[in-house]
Design a protein around this ligand. Structure first.
Ligand SMILES: [Zn+2]
Length: 176
C-alpha cells in the first residue's frame, strides 16, 4: 500500500447517524509510540489488543474499549525489571459536531483513538511499581535482594549509597 493507514483510526461510516446501531470489533496492533515516562512504560511496538464496542447515538458515536497490553517496569524496591499485563478500559463519546476543542469528534466518518488510548494507558501505569507486593527490596549491606523483611538493626550500618533509596522506601505509603 502506498499510504500507511493508522490502525487506531477506525472507520464508522456504517454507524454515523444510525442511532441504536452497534458494532463490536477487536483490534490487534502494536503500540505506535512509547507510553509513559516513569518507572513503568509500554515500549513502542508492544502488541496490544483492543476490544471495541461502537454505538451510534443521536449526538455521536460512543466508543467503549478494553485494552490489554504488556507493560514493563523497574521495581522501586529491588530495582529488578519485570513485566506485567495492564488492562485499561474507557468510554468516550465522539460527537458529530462540537464547539468544545477538548471533546472528541467524528472526523471523515472515523474515530481517532490514538490520544485516548495513550492517555488511558499512561494514567493506568503505576507510579511506584513493585515486582511483587511483598518485595523486601535490597539489603543495604550486600546490595543483594532481601528474602525476608529487614530487621531493626540495619539502619545503623546502612550504606550511604542506599540511604536515598531507603528514604524512598520509608515514605512509600504502600509499604506493608
Ligand atoms: Zn522488587
Amino acid at each position: 500500500m502506498a499510504t500507511s493507514k493508522n490502525p487506531l483510526v477506525v472507520g464508522v461510516k456504517d454507524l454515523v447517524h444510525q442511532a441504536g446501531e452497534m458494532r463490536e470489533l477487536t483490534l490487534e496492533l502494536v503500540a505506535p509510540e512509547k507510553y509513559g515516562e516513569a518507572m513503568a512504560t509500554v515500549p513502542q511496538g508492544t502488541p496490544m489488543t483492543i476490544e471495541l464496542r461502537l454505538e451510534g447515538l443521536h449526538e455521536g458515536i460512543l466508543a467503549t474499549a478494553d485494552v490489554v497490553v504488556e507493560a514493563h517496569a523497574e521495581c522501586v524496591r529491588c530495582l529488578d525489571p519485570f513485566s506485567f499485563e495492564l488492562r485499561v478500559d474507557f468510554q468516550e463519546l465522539f460527537a458529530y459536531s462540537s464547539s468544545d476543542s477538548d471533546s472528541y469528534t467524528v472526523v471523515d466518518d472515523s474515530l481517532n483513538l490514538e490520544d485516548i488510548i495513550r492517555d488511558a494507558v499512561v494514567l493506568e501505569l503505576p507510579f511506584q511499581p513493585v515486582c511483587k507486593e511483598d518485595c523486601y527490596g535490597l539489603d543495604p549491606a550486600t546490595g543483594e535482594k532481601r528474602t525476608e523483611p529487614p530487621g531493626e538493626n540495619v539502619a545503623d550500618e546502612i550504606d550511604p549509597r542506599w540511604q536515598e533509596l531507603s528514604k524512598l522506601l520509608e515514605s512509600d505509603p504502600e509499604k506493608p
